[in-house]
Structures are given as C-alpha cells and as structure tokens.
Design a protein around this ligand. Sequence first.
Ligand code: GLU
Length: 296
Amino acid sequence: MAEVYTGRFAPSPTGLLHAGSLVAALASWLDARAHGGRWLVRMEDVDTPRCVPGADQAILQQLASCGLKPDGPVLWQSQRGDVYAAALQNLVNQGWAYPCGCSRKDIESAQTVARHRAAIYPGTCREGLKGKPARAWRLNVQAVQKALGLPAVTHWHDRRLGPQQQNVAEEVGDFVLRRADGLWAYQLAVVVDDAEQGITHVVRGQDLADNTARQVVLQRALGLPTPHYLHTPLVLGADGDKLSKQNGAMALDLSDPSAALAQASQVLGLPVQPTLQQFLAQAQASWGRLIAPQKT
Ligand code: GLU
C-alpha cells in the first residue's frame, strides 16, 4: 500500500513568523495539498532558553490567519524528552554514541575550519574521556557507517536542488545528539519526530539543506525511514544574508494575510491572487506545475 503523504512545518518558537518562515510554511502546505496529503505542525521548542513564551500559540494564530491549519494535533518537542532519551540509549547500546568532555573552546582550538556555526569535531573523546567529565553526547559517524555498510559520502536527493552529497565524518565530524547543557540537539529531535509523525515529505528552507546528510546517517542508525526532501529558496535580508532577526526580519504583519502570502508566493514563483481563498486555490494548481509531485 502506498504511504500517505504527510508533510510538516516545524518552526522554532523563538519569535513570531517572519517573511522567510512563511515561505517554508506555505511551500510545505502547498506541497501537501498538491499531493492530496496531510500537513502537520511541530513546535521545535527543544532549545528552551531561546524560546519566547507564547510564541508557539502566536505562530499557530499567524498560520491560521493565512488559512494554513494543521490536519492533526501539534507536537511540542519540549514534551518529548523521554522519547529522545530512548533513542540516545538505543545508539549507546549499539556503541554508536559516546560522551564528550570537550568544551567549545577545546574544539575550536583543535581545528581550523568552521562550518555553519558548528566547528568540525575532531573526534577527541571517541576513544574515551581521559578523565574529563562528560558534557555532550555525540554520534560516532564512522562506527555507524562501518557497522551498516554505508558509504563515507552520504548521497541524498533534493527535489529542487537535485543530487546532494556530504562526507559527514570529514565535513562535520561526530555531531552532537545531546548538548552539554542537557538539552536535546536539533538533529536527534528532528529525526525522531519526523519518523514519529510519519513524515514522508520534508519541505523547509534552504538554510537547513546542509543538515540533511547528518539526518540521513542518523535515520540509518536508528532504523528509521528517510523522507523526500525539498528545500525552498531563502528570503534575503538587506545585507544579502538569510533573513533573520539579526538583519531586520520583522514579524509578519498579518493584519493583511493576502499581502504576506503574496510576498511569500513571489519567492516561490507562484502567481499572486487578490483574495486569500483565490490565492490558496490557485496556488495549489500552480505548485503542482512548478514542483513535480513526488510519488510516495
Ligand atoms: N525548527 C527549524 C527552524 O525553525 C526547522 C527544522 C526543520 O524544518 O527541519 O529553523
């Protein structure tokens, strides 16, 4: 039996939606509609110190005012510590996760290249803590690849960007599953929850594309399926960087949802329609022509 298309939008409630996040929300919703599938929302509130109280409900309201309503219950990652702990334990039992005693400073001074904020981890604690107290937990990428007969270079396909590849061990290193402050890392939570929610298609911003190979390795390690991926174009700030709160992303003014959706649809190359209803109906048809629907 063919699996049921299930898509999701997974905002971190560190603030309200801005123009960039609406693009990912709209694209994931449209793709679900174009496939006759379900669209879910997950609150990625694992990084509790960065979350803003009330932002989760405000985001749900923003989405609703754009006509984007989830087809099932919202999942809050902050309530799922036990499930993440079980996943980590599973990896530890296989000998695929190990405690790390390095501080950020230790890691930065041990290597020269930094990639996407996270320094490449040189594997210092892979063979043991050597007396240092345990801080974070990391995935032993090469142990997983060796045990499962996976190639060193992870290949995956993006529906918009085409074939992608990354040597995770060399370009990222053994990445963090549980942080030194005890919080669950995005990579572990996203992989566990995409599987838990039965997500068949991930549609999200292109800034996250670089995380996908890590997530594919982790899916293999946990025996979970790999969804189809599509990364959407980014909205750039005045400085040419990805739009963020740091370079002037304003919370969306949803007193006029059609205008906000018009802006998001332009980024996606979709025609703009005068009313919300017309827009949502028309966009579904255009989306199917723009991005080839993926067979499930
Ligand atoms: N929570 C992430 C963010 O807001 C998105 C994660 C994902 O879609 O995989 O950037």
